[in-house]
Design a protein. Structure first.
Ligand SMILES: *Cc1c(COP(=O)(O)O)cnc(C)c1O
Length: 390
């Protein structure tokens, strides 16, 4: 994507990570976006509207459920589940989508573009566009369209136009490039809605802001239920949006351990090296030639060779810890939560659960683990059936 690189040192860095490595014409568009975000973030009417839709459309606040049977089964720390799976569309992604769409409206855009790999961000975006009466164009690699037929149909039902990208490998990266080209051409009417805590500045900070509702709620809820903060907060990490939302309100509470779970097959924070990817600097998995390495996670939402710049910085500073879990551990946790709690988790979320399964027994009964259940697993049952039969 980057032809001439410009680097904005002043803004958008988390330690050495983040920034904005994009062509000059895109830099101008991003600066305009940052200004608008800074303005509306402080505007009480904007935040009132955002909170209105979170309540009336998304269904917040969602519960913090005590996982009583699972806690007993594991024997150790008390486990609480933050129920992002109960949001409209079944995951945390909608929190950010609502925030960015409202910002787009304020900026005078009537057309939303987004890219999607597995289709989950595309579906959340198409959903909110239908409700807000915005034109919606979703860029998707040809290969991903083939693999995600049902999500493509969902997006079309919701009134979105799905554009097939057959450049490159026909995957997420190629869809990102096409979406960015569209944005540079049509920035006066068009808003690029990014789905995770990645990308050039100001996206990581914006997504952090719109997802922080997760931990603002959970902190209030745990104090109400237990009268103290949790000992650990656990979340899965793909690009890092549900994790940063789950960690945000606890960042300054040094006694609360913040732990991210990533797939052994896409262990960006564990094995990555600093590099520039998709317009920002982060820890990144590379092959021998320095290109982004292919990843192979069973959870589509975690299958990305990069990760948000803020997580990259939290890893280096040691404020957050990141651990890998294996495919077998994930499948085991997926089934165990279903059986003990009657909740089928998303495969992504099952990565966090797999880590909790190892962590809880090492802790005492008066300690608390809060795990972010980022999404529900209905979308994954066919895949899990296939994997278990293998
Ligand atoms: C997309 C997705 C993720 C991964 O994205 P993050 O930005 O890392 O949160 C995790 N869980 C679910 C349910 C998802 O849909």
């Amino acid at each position: 994507m980057a032809k001439e690189l410009t680097q904005n040192e002043a803004k958008g860095y988390f330690g050495e990570f983040g920034g904005s490595f994009v062509p000059p014409e895109l830099q101008t568009v991003l600066e305009r976006l940052d200004e608008a975000f800074q303005t509306y973030q402080k505007d009480p009417a904007f935040m009132e509207e955002y909170n209105y839709y979170l309540k009336e459309y998304v269904g917040r606040e969602n519960p913090l459920t005590f996982a009583e049977r699972w806690t007993k089964a594991l024997g150790g720390a008390k486990i609480y589940l933050k129920r992002e799976d109960l949001n409209h569309t079944g995951a945390h992604k909608i929190n950010n989508v609502i925030g960015q769409i409202l910002l787009a409206k304020k900026m005078g855009a009537h057309r939303i573009i987004a890219e999607t790999g597995a289709g989950q961000h595309g579906v959340a975006t198409a959903t909110a566009c239908a409700m807000m009466d915005m034109e919606c164009v979703i860029y998707m690699g040809t290969e991903d369209i083939r693999r995600q037929e049902l999500n493509v149909f969902r997006m079309e039902l919701l009134g979105a136009k799905v554009v097939s990208v057959d450049k490159g490998n026909g995957r997420l990266k190629d869809a990102v490039d096409e979406a960015l080209n569209d944005l540079v051409e049509n920035y006066e009417t068009t808003f690029y809605l990014l789905g995770s805590a990645v990308g050039p500045h100001p996206y990581p900070k914006m997504v952090h802001y719109f997802q922080s509702v997760i931990s603002e709620e959970s902190k209030r809820q745990i104090l109400e239920k237990e009268g103290k903060l949790p000992d650990a907060v656990v979340a899965c990490v793909g690009g890092g949006s549900n994790a940063i939302g789950a960690f945000s309100a606890y960042l300054k509470d040094e006694d609360v351990r913040l732990i991210g779970a990533e797939p052994a097959e896409a262990a960006t924070l564990t094995e990555g090296v600093p590099a520039v990817l998709h317009g920002f600097k982060c820890l990144c998995l590379q092959d021998e030639d320095g290109n982004p390495a292919p990843t192979n996670s069973i959870a589509a939402g975690l299958d990305y060779p990069g990760v948000g710049p803020e997580h990259s910085a939290l890893k280096l500073s040691g404020r957050a810890e990141y651990e890998t879990v294996t495919k077998a551990e994930v499948l085991d946790a997926f089934q165990e939560l279903s059986r003990t709690e009657g909740i089928i988790p998303a495969l992504e979320s099952a990565h966090a659960l797999a880590l909790v399964k190892k962590l809880a027994p090492t802790m005492t009964e008066d300690q608390i683990i809060l795990v972010n259940l980022s999404g529900r697993g209905d979308k994954d049952v066919a895949e899990v059936k296939r994997l278990l039969e293998e």
